[in-house]
Design a protein around this ligand. Structure first.
Ligand code: R7I
Ligand code: MG
Ligand code: MG
Length: 349
């Protein structure tokens, strides 16, 4: 479809859920042979196996809260979003939340709370979390707001409800930017896509708080920009091993070690690759490749899925995969609602 078509919205939201659901199998595994990944993905096609449903984790649980809040409030409302996170956590605490964020979610359910951003600020001795929990749920911001400045602003605020360290919330900004650009068809020109992300993040990371956090945590002056330059270097190479991707970009639970990685997965899989089946389309390649990196597989596949889904559209998603993932159909319906909100907001209505 064309820029911001319904198919792209559906692709983005559904593929994020699929990444989370199929990625759960390997979360935390240090080494994941491609053979195991393909076996896992093939088993989804096998109807005779009577597969149980693959459950979604915190990544999708929180993204659903973001979606519901944006739709109900027709925009960003931090009180409402915070309430939904807290309510979701207390209804289903067993979705695999990060060990730190649980404290924030418990505090957010207190009716006496006056500043919804305060619990996040109290994390990790007052520095705030740099985990990827803000980034994993950032895609809906790109699907609700047509204006780039709004995407950046609200992705940041939405993440700050749980992640007050700039290395956490700027990961969410980067992820939302990637989905935003992909939705416009920007992945047709991969070099320009990565250049555009670097330009945007240069500005985002020029912020005083970001510079301060980077210094304290002994990261590069502009940590996400530095990683995006590494992504560009890896893109330019004809052959890249999984080991190199992991050592250059990471596969961990920090936003800095997973958002640029997810972006790389999408870019790398725009073309057929030797290690992946010939009959796979780009979206299937992206998900499979993300899982083969090991580490935080559900989250990396979820984020890569959102970016890739916005590029390839819903038609690229295998029916059999969709059928066995909890919440995929719901995501498909919500994508339609977000598409309406997006076009409503783009008409200034
Ligand atoms: O970021 P968060 O929501 O976790 C998301 C991840 C995803 O992979 C999900 O699929 C789920 O598995 O969890 O949760 P946080 O607890 O805020 O951060 C995750 C972890 O990152 C923490 O439990 C810490 O181990 C680590 N971490 C930090 N460690 C030291 N200092 C995050 N921030 C810090 C820090 O400032
Ligand atoms: Mg998870
Ligand atoms: Mg995870």
């Amino acid at each position: 479809g064309g820029p911001a078509s319904l198919s792209r919205f559906r692709g983005a939201l559904v593929a994020a859920v699929l990444g989370d659901c199929v990625g759960g199998e390997f979360e935390g595994a240090e080494e994941v042979p491609m053979e195991s990944v393909l076996q896992h993905l093939n088993s989804l096609d096998d109807e005779t196996k009577g597969n149980g449903i693959l459950e979604y984790s915190d990544d999708t649980a929180m993204a659903r809260c973001v979606v519901q809040s944006l739709l109900t409030r027709t925009g960003f409302d931090e009180q409402d979003m915070a309430r939904r996170f807290a309510k979701e956590y207390s209804a289903s605490p067993g979705r695999g939340y990060g060990s730190g964020v649980i404290q924030v979610l418990k505090k957010l359910s207190s009716p006496q709370l006056s500043d919804v951003y305060q619990p996040a600020r109290d994390q990790f001795n007052g520095r705030g979390s740099f985990g990827n929990g803000g980034a994993m749920r950032a895609a809906p911001f790109a699907l609700a707001f047509p204006d780039l400045a709004d995407v950046k602003r609200f992705a940041r605020l939405g993440a700050m409800l749980t992640h007050s360290c700039s290395l956490g919330y700027n990961g969410a900004v980067l992820q939302a930017l990637a989905v935003h650009l992909s939705l416009q068809g920007a992945l047709d020109l991969p070099q320009q896509f990565i250049t555009r992300l670097i330009t945007e993040m240069e500005e985002v990371e020029a912020d005083e708080a970001a510079r301060n956090d980077a210094r304290i945590l002994k990261e590069a002056e502009k940590p996400f920009c530095e990683r995006l330059h590494r992504v560009r270097d890896l893109m330019d190479r004809s052959k890249v091993s999984i080991e190199e991707v992991i050592s250059e970009l990471g596969n961990g639970i920090a936003a800095l070690h997973s958002v640029p990685t997810a972006i790389f997965c999408v870019l790398h899989c725009l073309q057929p690759r030797e290690c992946l089946p010939e009959n796979y389309g780009g979206l299937e390649r992206t998900i499979a490749y993300s899982l083969a990196l090991g580490g935080d597989t559900d989250t990396i596949a979820c984020m890569a899925g959102a970016i890739a889904g916005a590029h390839y559209g819903i038609e690229a998603i295998p029916q059999s995969w969709m059928k066995c993932c909890e919440g995929a159909e719901d995501a498909d319906m919500n994508a339609e609602r977000l598409h309406m909100l997006y076009h409503q907001l783009s008409q200034g209505g």
